[in-house]
Ligand binder design. Structure first.
Ligand code: NDP
Length: 328
């Protein structure tokens, strides 16, 4: 019997989850819920239907796991506690500093409804967090490094688009090669923000705009660019469409540390991701954790969980017996 999936919110992640469900033979998409007019939301799965979000709770017995694909800023802090009362849920809440309070609110709701609610699933937070934890447990005396990119930062792209005279913009975050090399060699360097990443911005400007002023405004923008070395390129609308529409991302989680009585042996643990599509990869992680949420709920567990609380065996399409025979 397939795990019946619902998707709430049909943006980049919503579309990504729909694709990921197609790739997982033990799952089927039952419904997509949206706050917009359902007639305006076209999905790809012929066997599923789009409903207004107000219909969701009525369908709680038809859905095993509801995947929440809203934005972290304002959607998920409200939607996850609300729907965790009625459904097993998974979200990708990525405001790192607010995860403890989000956990608290969701935990209360999920326990009330006797459901499993998996929060902050994706790659960061998510797979990066898990790899940091494993590496820390193995090398307690070591040092952690996380590098992001090369990839598009939506937040930084939006910030540039708000500048007067900017018609469109795309911002890439790029790790500094020398810093990455030093970390990989186990040199344990102390790195400032500027030494770890550079930023590259592609801008389509209004033809009458003062490009020098735009460039200056970008490079000095507090919290976004002032602490980085930033390169700005002005390009045409056609170039933007041809070369910068994708949402690639990725990064590296590295921990180096020593073992031996005198710390004489050096070790470097590295987990790296190179993603053609950030939302599709994030959605694929989320979908694997939806399987775990379902299985944990079937076992009678309830409450809020993060990737730290999920044993790997719950994620796999294979049975524990198959895993022991093939992967150990
Ligand atoms: P989007 O902006 O594409 O979608 C967010 C919501 O916007 C949708 O669920 C949708 O809800 C609504 N929406 C309104 N109008 C439209 C429209 N015209 N087209 C599409 N959607 C519309 O965000 P993403 O899906 O890219 O990202 C969602 C969140 O995922 C991010 O806020 C981020 O925090 C998180 N994330 C987490 C990662 C991780 O590693 N943990 C990695 C990447 C992202 P509705 O259908 O109800 O209108």
């Amino acid at each position: 019997m397939s795990i019946k999936i619902g998707i709430l919110g049909y943006g980049n992640l919503g579309r990504g989850v729909e694709c990921a469900v197609k790739h997982n033979p033990d799952m089927e998409l039952t419904a997509v819920f949206t706050r917009r007019n359902p007639a305006d939301v076209q999905i790809l799965t012929e066997t599923a239907k789009v409903y207004h979000v107000d219909e969701a709770v009525k369908m709680k017995d038809e859905i095993d796991v509801l995947i929440l694909c809203g934005g972290s800023a304002t959607d998920l802090p409200v939607q996850t506690p609300e729907f965790a009362q009625y459904f097993n849920v998974v979200d990708s809440f990525d405001t790192h500093a607010r995860i403890p309070e989000h956990f608290q609110a969701v935990d209360e709701a999920a326990k009330k409804g006797n459901k499993v609610a998996m929060i902050s699933v994706g790659w960061d937070p998510g797979m990066f967090s898990l790899n940091r934890l494993y590496a820390n447990a193995i090398l307690p005396g070591g040092k952690d490094y996380t590098f992001w990119g090369k990839g598009v930062s939506q937040g930084h792209s939006d910030a540039v688009r708000r500048i007067d005279g900017v018609l469109d913009a795309r911002q890439y975050t790029i790790p500094v090669k020398e810093a990455l090399d030093a970390v990989r060699e186990g040199k344990n360097p102390e790195l400032s923000t500027r030494q770890k990443h550079t930023r590259e911005v592609f801008v389509v400007a209004d033809e009458n705009a003062d490009k020098a002023k735009i460039e200056q405004e970008i490079k000095t923008m507090p919290n976004y660019f002032d602490e980085y070395d930033t390169t700005v390129h002005f390009i045409t609308e056609e170039e933007m469409k041809a070369e910068h529409t994708g949402l690639p991302h990725g990064g590296f989680v590295i921990r180096s540390g020593n073992t031996g009585w005198e710390d004489e042996h050096k070790h470097v643990i590295e987990y790296s991701l190179k993603l053609d599509s950030n939302p599709e990869f994030t959605s694929s992680v989320i979908t694997a954790y939806a399987r775990a949420a379902y299985r944990m709920s079937q076992e009678g567990q309830s409450g809020c969980k993060t990737v730290f609380d999920v044993a790997p065996v719950y994620l796999s399409l294979q049975t524990p017996e198959e895993l022991r025979a093939k992967m150990l």
